[in-house]
Design a protein around this ligand. Structure first.
Ligand code: ZN
Length: 392
């Protein structure tokens, strides 16, 4: 972070100089314009004809040209001064950020055409997620990446609904939730109820004039009566205070603004789950992990080189450090073998025995005795080949 702050300081200096230069040039040009108009007015009032530039007129004209020239030179030289600060930013970047990462990255990572295609697709997908559709289209056109329309469609819909939610328009989201009601319920999602609840609250905030409509709308809660009984009771209870305004009642917490940001988060999470998409963009997750891992990896590499203990870390596709991006980025369940007390890997995967106990394949192989396996836990005797590999 210190490196970023350092570059930012240099950038601030450039920005400050730019602003100051803007003021200076505006002031000088205004002054110059005033001066030129003055000279012009003076010439016009003295009733001179064309080609009659003699004496005092001639000297005031040449003074005018001299002034213009001087002002422009002054502006040009202060503009030149900014160049120095701009180049300092470049130097600060070079000094603080090591662009040479080949020591920690496999050289042939992007050699395969297929991988380059994946990268381009991931970037395009990220842009779709962010709602930057035009940028994504341009990138596709320029890079020649062909994106299937079926990949684009869900993002278009997601963005349209999210945009509406941000403008506090619940209709598109409600429509979507009602269409996908069963699938949402299968995912244990409370999205539809929360949308109805928010719609009801927005009616409440309108005061007495919405009373009849709010009562009418309450029938939407009926399918959720058993699961959200308490919430519905609170909503109905608040109706009593409609006359004095919900904001003056014990129910004022219903009007909190966080309801709206929460509903956006819940909608994104549940809609992504339904569409089989990850909530976080794969590109931003990779980027964040890269930002965390690279400095550490480069330090490790440096230490290894300094101490001349090469061979400790030779495989560049192996990650010798842990990257923690928080709980929301835990994608895979991890299984540790209870026998070997080791995390399972692709070469030593978890195996389920027919009794239901799970151990790693290496442990299983070690436990085989004369072609039979005795479960170390229950202890059921079984055929080792009956064990099935488990995929998390
Ligand atoms: Zn067992």
């Amino acid at each position: 972070m210190e490196q970023c702050a350092c570059v930012e300081r240099e950038l601030d200096k450039v920005l400050y100089r730019f602003v100051m230069y803007g003021h200076l040039s505006e002031e000088s040009l205004d002054e110059l314009l005033r001066y030129v108009s003055e000279v012009r007015r003076h010439l016009a009032s003295s009733g001179l004809k064309d080609g009659d530039l003699t004496g005092i007129v001639y000297s005031s004209m040449s003074q005018c040209c001299k002034n213009i020239k001087e002002s422009l030179q002054r502006l040009a030289s202060s503009h030149k001064d900014i160049h120095g600060s701009v180049s300092k930013v470049g130097k600060a970047i070079d000094r603080n950020f090591d662009a040479e990462i080949s020591a920690v990255v496999a050289d042939n990572v992007w050699e395969l055409q297929e991988r380059q295609k994946y990268l381009s697709e991931t970037i395009v997908e990220h842009l779709y997620r962010q709602g930057m559709l035009n940028v994504a289209e341009d990138l596709c056109k320029e890079s020649g990446v062909a994106i299937d329309i079926s990949m684009k469609q869900p993002f278009l819909e997601l963005n349209r609904i999210l945009e509406a939610l941000k403008m506090r328009d619940l209709h598109p989201a409600l429509e979507w939730a009602i269409t996908n009601r069963q699938r949402l319920l299968d995912h244990n999602s409370t999205l539809e109820f929360r949308l109805h609840r928010l719609y009801f609250i927005s009616l409440l905030s309108g005061g007495m004039k919405n009373q009849a409509e709010a009562l009418q709308y309450a029938r939407h809660f009926q399918p959720f009566a058993t699961q959200h009984q308490r919430d519905i009771q609170i909503l109905m209870g608040s109706l009593v205070y409609l006359r004095i305004g919900i904001e003056n009642s014990p129910y004022r917490h219903l009007l909190e603004n966080t309801n709206w940001s929460d509903i956006c988060t819940i909608f994104t999470r549940d809609a992504c789950a339904l569409l089989g998409l990850s909530v976080e963009s794969p590109l931003s997750v990779s980027f964040s992990s890269g930002c965390m891992a690279l400095p550490v990896l480069m330090n490790i590499r440096q230490v290894i080189e300094q101490r001349q203990c090469t061979g400790v870390w030779s495989h560049k596709d192996e990650l010798p450090i842990e990257i923690d991006l928080g709980k929301k980025c835990w994608y895979h369940s991890v299984f540790s073998c209870p026998i070997l007390r080791q995390q399972t890997t692709e070469t030593n995967p978890p195996m389920k025995l027919i009794c239901g106990h799970v151990i790693s394949r290496d442990a299983l192989n070690k436990l085989i005795n004369t072609g039979k396996l005795k479960c170390p836990y229950c202890p059921m005797e079984q055929n080792p080949s009956d064990a099935k590999q488990i995929f998390f």
